[in-house]
Design a protein around this ligand. Structure first.
Ligand SMILES: *[C@@H]1O[C@H](CO)[C@@H](O)[C@H](O)[C@H]1NC(C)=O
Ligand SMILES: *[C@@H]1O[C@H](CO)[C@@H](O)[C@H](O)[C@H]1NC(C)=O
Ligand SMILES: *[C@@H]1O[C@H](CO)[C@@H](O)[C@H](O)[C@H]1NC(C)=O
Length: 381
């Protein structure tokens, strides 16, 4: 039970080394205007209570969702006591605008499956109860978490459901909600082999231990965009800005495993030397053909779900001033609202519209928080 924006971080939009500034000559920015808002109900996964899901377009018409803490909904409707630190599942695409319907999520894995495994030295074995183990849970009551903030970066989609992707996951040690230690950022390789039925979740393997260490920026942990031969990877800085790195996508199945493919945007130029510093933040960045712009959508942070948008002609900025365009409803549980996420993978890729989710909570009869994740479609003028 924790989320990406207890840190009261307003959406961080300036890029490291560049103040949020007016666009330079000849670089247009776009002022988005909402034309229509459509509610598509809540994300519901019968039997499971999932926190803060983000999404990636996985293969044709298939969305991979990755979520944070996942709990069981018990037979009497109450929420089970233990959380699995992260989980994944598939859905289809949302129904068309003229037929809005609840998007049902279906998990091919039973409760207890962890998508991004924890390391042995992160209480990786976890504690076990009733035949289910909870990796990350330590015997002293503290907890290691690898909470996804954003979906995997897909670098290759092949035939027959074959996909190659990477995820950048922050490794944190918590006591309750207090952070004891952020030890760094792991790179996980996320792959699907031939998957005709589409019911097998991708396999995840921790590929690079500490791709970025605790003194560096967690590039890729906050947001990512694949555009024009590069993966742009965003990570937060302690002063609540986003820093960006890019990795050239080379070869048929581009790899993000070697530091040599990365360049970092520092003081207005791309360099091969990584700068220092870190902090978690939120937001989704994608490329919009409609506006020929990079688009950043995020929330104003706990305990609200006000959505802000900003655009930039290039991945590294300059970014327009954030504009609030939607306010998500707030729950009556212990956690209000948080985890404002945009889901470009659920759209047709034109940039004409976007889907949003946020997480809010309400108490079950025993007082445990039930996560609700409304799904809303926003069409732009
Ligand atoms: C944080 O983790 C590092 C690396 O594992 C370790 O050296 C350090 O002692 C830890 N600090 C705390 C406060 O646990
Ligand atoms: C993090 O990595 C950088 C670059 O390799 C290195 O200079 C620095 O000493 C490392 N910091 C820690 C705490 O390991
Ligand atoms: C809290 O919210 C839930 C669902 O959103 C609703 O069913 C319930 O009546 C609310 N409880 C109170 C005390 O307002």
């Amino acid at each position: 039970m924790y989320h990406r924006s207890l840190h009261p971080s307003a959406l961080a939009l300036a890029i490291c080394g560049t103040a949020l500034a007016a666009p330079a000559d000849g670089q247009k920015t776009v002022a988005p205007v909402v034309s229509k808002i459509t509610a598509d109900g809540d994300l519901i996964d019968p039997g499971l209570n999932r926190d803060s899901c983000s999404s990636s377009l996985w293969s044709t018409n298939k969305i991979l969702w990755v979520c944070r803490d996942t709990q069981q909904v018990l037979a009497d409707g109450t929420i089970g006591p233990n959380s699995v630190v992260n989980s994944a599942l598939f859905s289809t695409l949302p129904t068309p605008l003229n037929d809005p319907q609840q998007l049902l999520l279906h998990s091919p894995e039973s409760f207890g499956h962890v998508f991004y495994a924890m390391e042995p030295d992160e209480c990786g074995q976890g504690l076990c109860e009733d035949g289910i183990c909870y990796p990350g849970l330590c015997s002293d009551g503290s907890r290691w978490v690898g909470w996804p903030d954003t979906g995997p970066v897909v670098t290759f989609r092949g035939l027959l459901g074959v996909v190659n992707a990477y995820a950048f996951i922050t490794q944190q040690h918590l006591n309750g909600l207090s952070v004891l230690n952020t030890t760094g950022y792991e790179l996980y390789h996320v792959t699907s082999g031939i998957n005709l039925e589409g019911n097998t979740l991708p396999s995840t393997k921790q590929h690079v231990d500490l791709l970025w260490n605790s003194t560096q920026i967690g590039y890729g942990s906050a947001a990512s965009v694949v555009h024009d031969g590069f993966a742009y990877l965003y990570g937060a800085t302690p002063n609540r800005k986003l820093a960006v790195a890019r990795a050239a996508l080379i070869g048929l199945v581009p790899s993000l495993e070697d530091h040599s493919v990365y360049e970092y945007y520092v003081h207005g130029t791309w360099t091969h030397t990584a700068p220092v510093s870190t902090d978690p933040t939120i937001g989704t960045i994608y490329y919009s053909p409609k506006w020929e712009s990079f688009v950043s959508i995020g929330g104003d942070g706990f305990p609200d779900a006000n959505f802000l948008i900003s655009t930039a002609p290039k991945a590294e900025g300059p970014w327009s001033a954030p504009l609030q365009f939607y306010s998500g409803s707030v729950g009556n549980g212990s956690l209000g609202a948080y985890s404002a996420v945009a889901h470009p993978g659920l759209t047709d890729g034109t940039g004409d519209y976007i889907f949003l989710t946020w997480t809010k909570t309400h108490p079950d009869v025993s007082g445990r928080d039930v996560y609700e994740q409304p799904l809303v479609r926003v069409d732009w003028e």
